[in-house]
Write a protein that binds this ligand. Structure first.
Ligand code: ADP
Ligand code: MG
Length: 259
């Protein structure tokens, strides 16, 4: 298998603060994700993991700090020493460089598996439908669903739907894949099939940021593990360091709960 995506996919998060209605939930987050690496983000519920992911592809606007993808600011352009917001269409173009996989799949219920994968590259990227269909079939085969292209979401298990959602994200040829608790909504027996698809992508050098509570997955796949608590990165490093020799009490307490 070859890596998907078009760019190297270096993500830089610098000094990011974010509030909702006056309450700050990210208190200055710094993070660098190198191209071709997997970053797993751990942390208790409410610690700001989803807000961080959504800020990275500018689904949320940050209040301070910046995000860059391959050296290009996300959502802004620099003019002198000022930042100016990009026009909506430029934001949308930038956002296509990030593939986003949600906890709740979010497939279009009235479209087949194949149509779900084909939709965005045709409508948002203006690519030729025939060509996209051929690629979509390959992507469905790659996630183990080559024989289910005509199935509608309601005819698929949760694990199969999430694998379609992964194929759909890949169809945009993103530089970076963002996963927000991709297995949290699944019955336990379906978790493994989704994790092994993500693991397969990791082995091809696809740049990924994965929010998950699956510690075994983090141990096997992560180049870097980031532990967040209360809107801050408390600890980060290779999995053997953060998972096996955590330096902070809050990391230890969290790991004791989820392991
Ligand atoms: P996590 O994904 O780690 O559970 P979130 O990023 O979802 O954390 O949430 C961080 C904090 O921000 C929580 O206190 C949450 O209640 C709050 N929050 C998240 N989204 C919103 C929103 N759209 N409006 C207001 N508060 C929000
Ligand atoms: Mg979340």
């Amino acid at each position: 298998m070859t890596a998907v995506g078009v760019g190297p996919g270096r993500v830089e998060v610098h000094g990011v603060h974010k509030s909702y209605a006056g309450t700050e939930v990210l208190h200055g987050v710094d993070l660098v994700v190198e191209p071709g690496t997997v970053t797993v983000v751990l942390g208790p519920s409410g610690s700001g993991k989803s807000t961080l992911l959504r800020s990275i592809n500018h689904l949320e606007k940050v209040d301070r700090g910046f995000i860059a993808l391959d050296g290009e600011l996300v959502g802004y352009r620099r003019k002198g020493d000022r930042l100016h917001e990009l026009h909506e269409k430029d934001v949308l173009r930038q956002r296509t460089r990030f593939g986003f996989v949600f906890q709740s799949f979010n497939l279009f219920p009235h479209l087949t598996a194949l149509e779900n994968v084909v939709e965005a590259p045709v409508s948002a990227q203006g690519r030729e439908r025939r060509e996209v269909e051929a690629e979509a079939r390959e992507l469905l085969a790659r996630v183990g669903l080559g024989d289910r292209e005509k199935a509608y979401p309601r005819q698929l298990s949760g694990g199969q739907q999430q694998r379609v959602a992964i194929a759909r994200a890949l169809a945009m040829r993103p530089a970076v894949l963002l996963f927000d608790e991709p297995t949290s909504a699944l019955d336990p027996e379906l978790v493994g099939e989704v994790l092994s698809v993500i693991e397969g992508l990791a082995s091809t050098g696809t740049t990924m940021i994965v929010v998950t509570h699956e510690i075994g997955f983090a141990r096997r796949v992560a180049d870097q593990v980031v532990f967040m608590d209360d809107g801050r990165v408390v600890e980060q490093g290779p999995p053997e360091q953060v998972l096996d020799a955590p330096q902070h009490d809050r990391t230890r307490a969290f790991l004791a709960r989820v392991l």
